[in-house]
Design a protein around this ligand. Structure first.
Ligand code: FAD
Length: 404
């Protein structure tokens, strides 16, 4: 293998390149990324970076010298076509780059709500550094904001804006926050947490339109006619995988680019990883597409290892975190499809652990401000240690007792 071309310089693309070099890969590595600048981490965009606690330098994976020293070529361009027969990619600039192996790490983009007024100035989604840089100065200049969607990113933004003195109103269609990913008891803890730092979440509410004055957002109108004033509207209603490039090349695509247990697409010369990839996980009962740092990093490492002659099925345990105000939620495993929960420890508004079971089997552990329990849960789940709901309900139960 002489050259690996990576499409996308995000978390997964960067990790693949770094792991290849770290593992001793001597060939050419080219990252083609359509965002300007040095590859960076997204999680701080809705946390420390947005709060102004850290600057743009601090969120880079590495400084520019690293890429030169490690001979990782970076091209600021967009891949517009894959020619599988010729084994090359075509870029928007007209450049053609041949590959021996191609890694699609194209990530995902925000779903944009279909609402009248979506084009108004001050209506923004948060995905990129450019988005965060647009949002940041505005937070300081407004009194009230509306967030569309009570998902992870919308709620992280809400907590940051509230901390900066903005009155935040979250409008959510469903009945509880982060409902797709977490259990009801944990949702309830976060609803209370947001209320305590002044974020109001309205559930079962639908927007009719976004209102504006002279091209600038001024508020939103709900289906019931209620109007909420806002100097900023931030939407976080989920993402769409960037899979069009793969689909156009004839690769199998279904809610992301479909890959096998080695993270190979339907073409053995092309891998797909990260937010863009749909794969079969031993921790889920149906194919999944995960949007997390863990998934991007571990899949990048797995592909690098395979390209260096050490293939093994991808079986990493999914885990995730989100910081919202005073609460850090950590999730080990995937809670989707759980049919029973057991709450452990103090549900005192600041700390909680929820064990999620499916048919009596532990599938996920959610913890709020209990990092030691999260670490124990990761070990327990990765080792598939048997633990029943009845055992978890016993007085004095400690996750740590089961981690070994
Ligand atoms: P990305 O990081 O999105 O990178 C893909 C890159 O490919 C992008 O730069 C894109 O522009 C580029 N690209 C796409 N198509 C092309 C093309 N044709 N040509 C060239 N380039 C292309 N995860 C957590 O676990 N915890 C968190 O707390 C957390 N917080 C987050 C906060 C925010 C605001 C966001 C947006 C995400 C957060 N995530 C978090 C999710 C995590 O950042 C993503 O799962 C991760 O970045 C996915 O990595 P990726 O490389 O697959 O995709």
């Amino acid at each position: 293998l002489n050259s690996v071309v990576i499409v996308g310089g995000g978390q997964a693309g960067f990790q693949t390149a770094a792991s290849l070099r770290q593992g001793g890969f001597a060939g050419r590595i080219i990252i083609v990324g359509d965002e300007p600048g040095v590859p960076y981490q997204r999680p701080p965009l809705s946390k420390a970076y947005l709060l102004g606690k850290i600057g743009a330098h601090a969120i880079r994976f590495r400084q520019p010298e690293y890429f030169e020293e490690h001979r990782i070529e970076r091209l600021h361009d967009s891949v517009t076509r894959i020619d599988r027969a010729a084994r090359h990619v075509e870029l928007a600039s007209g450049t053609v780059i041949p590959y021996d192996h191609l890694v699609l790490a194209t990530g995902a983009r925000n779903r944009v709500p279909e609402l009248p007024g979506i084009e108004l100035d001050g209506v923004i989604g948060l995905r990129t550094l450019a988005d965060a840089d647009t949002l940041s100065p505005r937070i300081s200049s407004i009194r009230s904001a509306v967030v569309i969607g009570a998902g992870f990113i919308g709620l992280e933004f809400a907590a940051v804006a509230a901390a900066k003195g903005v009155a935040v109103h979250v409008i959510e269609l469903g009945e509880r926050p982060m409902a797709r990913a977490i259990s009801k008891p944990m949702s309830d803890l976060f609803t209370a947490g947001h209320a305590s730092w002044g974020v109001q979440i309205d559930f079962r509410q639908k927007l009719r339109r976004i209102l504006g004055i002279e091209g600038k957002v001024s508020g939103v109108e709900l289906e019931d006619g209620r109007v909420i004033a806002a100097g900023l509207v931030v939407y976080g209603i989920g993402v769409l995988p960037n899979a069009e490039l793969a689909a156009a090349a004839g690769l199998t695509v279904n809610n992301g680019i479909c890959v096998d247990e080695l993270l190979l697409t339907s073409d053995p010369d092309i891998s797909a990883i990260g937010d863009a990839a749909n794969f079969t996980s031993c921790y889920a009962d149906k194919p999944v597409r995960l949007e997390s740092v863990q998934n991007a990093v571990d899949q990048g490492k797995a592909v690098a290892a395979r390209l260096m002659g050490k293939p093994s099925p991808y079986t990493a345990l999914p885990w995730f975190w989100t910081d919202q105000g005073a609460l850090r939620l950590q999730i080990a495993g995937l809670a989707d499809g759980h049919d029973e929960t057991v709450q452990v420890g103090a549900a005192d508004g600041h700390q909680l652990a929820v064990l999620c079971f499916r048919q009596g089997r532990l599938i996920a552990v959610e913890t709020a401000n209990r990092t030691a329990d999260h670490m124990a849960a990761r070990k327990l789940l990765a080792r598939n240690t048997p633990l029943t709901p009845a055992q978890a309900r016993e007085p004095g139960f400690e996750l740590k007792a089961y981690e070994a």
